[in-house]
Ligand binder design. Structure first.
Ligand code: ZN
Ligand code: ZN
Length: 771
């Protein structure tokens, strides 16, 4: 590890310089000063063998931090535990201590990571301990057949991912008998990644694993590692089904950080319906990156898309050249996911040595990167969760140095809200991870998979959650399972695990094929195909750009051509909702709030082309795609006509008010439900046939629901209040993408009434609980 370079200025001075350049002080909406923290060590656990202690000390660890020791003790005692602490707080040591100790006693360890890269990093860390008794190996889609045989027979630490567990290890459990019989620890790393429908699938996969372990006589202890999250024990319980103790008190040292919130200015450019356009977050970030590199400040920049990361690096280089600092242009690089581990190591080395001063990366670098001595982190747009925000910001000032972090807002309502409401970011716990292990659409295919692994008995069914008993008769009726006195049997020839597409939203996938070469580039799940690979869509694949020439829904194929358009595309959808069942209701003073099951019929009708650098809308093309219906969950609120008098008296547009409130509410829900704006949708109407009132719906985007709408219902008062504040905070006149316009609106953002949305939300929120 190289010596961190000395830096000329503490973070406050750095920020001062950024602001002085080009009079930018009005763009900083808040600066949070986060104090340094001393580290707290604990003695090595008494049960840790001297051999392991020696190797860890040799690897540069004098003693564990207190949180590492606490979690390790619990796991060693046989208690399942989740360790939820900050970036670089050394969570691995917490499971390595009991895990390696167990292996020396003949136990086995199964390690699950959401990405292959992270599993590879862990393998390296374990091999670096150079313990002959520890036979660790990664098992993923690329592992050759003969190596798999070796792993099954000899490995005592297997590092893999939920996908391999689902498709490979569990269905072939008979061949894994020796491994499962001695399985003592199951490590679930970065477990906050298992959220939404994907998280629900992983929860079911873990239940299948537990059932098979019980058959082979083992009862593994779960050790989960998570970014800081609220209520981590409850999330870990939902994921594993077992009781899990929490360790949340981070005892690792931290340098002081100045954390600035930054809002790019409005420009003279005009967007849809004449709305003002803000300078894009990527353009603004590129300037900041160039300024920091000129000051010789080592800076890591996070950008959501690969293309965005490349464009930030390119623009920053251009800015350096214009500033006459040509010699620095080579010291900025772009990084994207999918790079090989060796490339990543080279990049880390270049950053650590100071050879590289600036890197613009996708969120891929958030995980499993070993970089010390970074001075600044720039975050281009809200990364989706506070957990990710801290993970990214935590990359600066590692090794206890002081650092600067900047969050640059994009032009959407959530980013606007956050840069104007620092209290929503700082000094409050990060969000809980949302997943719903009881989603019947998720549970059914896993019941089939479980039955194909080992017939399901009455006693087993309970393990799969409260919805399982009701689902079984239906699976029997559909001919998927057969019920015999000894249990439920899978009788089909097909592989039962193919029924569950664990990373998709259901349906059979659409294949994306390059027209010229016939090469299969990837697949898109069916519900997403309409919005992602419609004719004319710009499709990104591993950093390359393609344009869709044709989408054939019959053959489930999208043909694409390599291209380099100077715009991105946004599919626009019109949606209808019918209420199937109202499950819960809350009455506020004027409004009624509901949660329930709905049928959502939506149709992609056109797509919009926007310039990524300026946000300018350059055109819209019509599409003819069939409507499709989804049964899912929604939260909705209704207001009776008589309560709407104040809006009518002020001549505010009712449909426009509801529509604007709907867009902004969709934009803000991700703050409360750890989802993405694209995971949810909405409908608003002045008069809905099922309610007879003005109604605004926000629904989950996947079959059966994902838990997001439900989270909106339980946190409705805070959510809608934040929605109101986001609209009020935007300084535009009549609405813009930073507040009430939506890039995926099927009605072309018409009608929208900004003032009306504020008035409507005030009426709705009257009498709502204050929390
Ligand atoms: Zn606005
Ligand atoms: Zn709309």
């Amino acid at each position: 590890m190289s010596e961190p370079a000395t830096r000329a200025q503490p973070p406050e001075d750095l920020l001062g310089r950024l602001l002085a350049a080009a009079d930018r002080s009005s763009r900083v909406t808040h600066v949070e000063r986060i104090a340094a923290r001393e580290g707290r060590r604990a003695p090595w656990p008494a049960w840790l063998p001297d051999l392991v202690k020696g190797r860890l000390t040799h690897a540069g660890i004098p003693e564990p931090w207190a949180h590492q020791a606490a979690a390790a003790d619990l796991a060693h005692d046989g208690r399942s535990v989740i360790i939820a602490t900050g970036t670089a707080s050394g969570k691995s040591l917490a499971y390595l201590m009991p895990g390696i100790t167990g292996v020396l006693d003949g136990d086995h360890v199964l390690y699950l990571a959401p990405t292959k890269a992270l599993a590879a990093d862990q393998l390296r860390a374990i091999r670096d301990l150079k313990l002959a008794q520890v036979r660790a190996a990664t098992l993923d889609g690329d592992t050759p057949r003969d190596e798999r045989d070796w792993i099954r027979r000899h490995a005592n630490v297997v590092l893999t991912n939920p996908d391999m567990l689902h498709h490979n290890l569990l269905p072939q459990h008979a061949r894994w008998t020796p491994f499962l019989r001695r399985l003592r620890y199951v490590v679930i790393d970065e477990c906050h990644r298992y959220r939404g429908v994907f998280g629900s699938h992983v929860a079911q996969i873990v239940r299948r694993l537990r059932r098979l372990c019980a058959k082979y006589g083992s009862d593994p202890v779960f050790v989960l590692a998570s970014a800081t999250a609220s209520d981590p024990g409850a999330t870990a319980h939902r994921l594993t089904g077992v009781d899990v103790a929490e360790v949340v008190d981070d005892a690792s040292p931290r340098g002081a950080t100045a954390f600035a919130l930054w809002e790019p200015p409005l420009t003279d450019l005009r967007g849809e319906r004449g709305a003002p356009v803000r300078r894009t977050a990527t353009a603004e970030t590129a300037d900041l990156l160039a300024d920091l590199v000129i000051e010789r400040v080592r800076t890591l920049t996070f950008v959501r898309s690969r293309r965005g990361a490349e464009s930030v690096a390119l623009s920053a280089r251009r800015a350096l050249a214009e500033a006459g600092a040509d010699e620095l242009t080579e010291r900025i690089a772009a990084y994207r996911a999918g790079y090989l581990a060796e490339d990543r190591r080279t990049l880390e080395a270049a950053l650590n040595s100071g050879e590289l001063l600036g890197v613009a990366s996708t969120n891929a670098l958030e995980l499993g990167v070993d970089v010390t001595g970074l001075d600044a982190v720039l975050i281009t747009g809200w990364p989706g969760t506070r957990a990710s925000l801290w993970q990214q910001a935590g990359r600066a000032g590692r090794a206890g140095q002081d650092a600067l972090a900047v969050l640059v807002a994009r032009d959407d309502p959530l980013d606007t809200y956050l840069v104007h409401h620092p209290d929503a970011l700082f000094g409050r716990p990060v969000e809980a991870t949302v997943l719903d292990p009881d989603n019947p659409y998720v549970v059914s295919p896993h019941l089939c998979a479980a039955a194909s692994e080992l017939p399901l008995t009455d006693a087993d069914v309970e393990l799969f959650g409260p919805s399982a008993p009701d689902l079984l008769p239906d699976l029997v009726r559909r001919g998927m399972l057969r019920h015999r006195p000894t249990g439920w049997y899978w009788t089909k020839r097909q592989r039962a695990t193919d029924l569950a597409d664990i990373r998709g939203a259901g349906g059979s996938p659409v294949h994306v094929v390059e027209r010229g070469t016939g090469e299969l580039l990837g697949t898109v799940d069916e519900p997403s195909a309409h919005t992602m690979v419609h004719r004319g869509a710009v499709y990104l694949h591993q950093g390359d750009t393609f344009v869709v020439a044709d989408l054939d829904l019959e053959t489930k194929t999208a043909l694409v051509d390599r291209a380099d358009p100077d715009y991105s595309t946004f599919a626009r959808e019109v949606t209808d909702i019918a209420i199937v069942e109202t499950l819960r209701t809350t009455e506020w003073e004027h409004a009624r709030l509901c949660f329930g099951t709905v049928d959502v019929t939506s149709q992609v009708v056109s797509y919009l082309m926007r310039r990524p650098q300026t946000g300018e809308v350059i055109g819209e093309e019509q599409l003819e795609l069939p409507a499709r219906t989804l049964r899912t969950r929604a939260v909705w609120w209704t207001v009776p006509d008589e309560e709407l008098e104040p809006l009518i008296a002020e001549d505010l547009d009712l449909p426009g008010s509801a529509h604007a409130a709907e867009h902004a509410a969709i934009g803000l829900l991700p703050l409360f439900a750890t989802c993405d704006r694209w995971d949810i949708g909405g409908v608003s109407t002045k008069l809905h046939p099922d309610t007879g009132r003005l109604t605004v719906f926000v629904h989950d985007g996947s079959e059966g629901g994902a838990g997001f709408a439900e989270r909106g219902y339980t946190g409705a008062a805070r959510w809608l209040r934040a929605t109101h504040e986001a609209i009020a905070a935007c300084e535009c006149e009549a609405g813009c993408p930073s507040c009430i316009q939506s890039p995926k609106c099927g009605n072309g953002n018409d009608p929208l009434d900004k003032r009306g949305a504020l008035a409507l939300l005030e009426i709705v929120l009257k009498g709502a609980a204050t929390d």
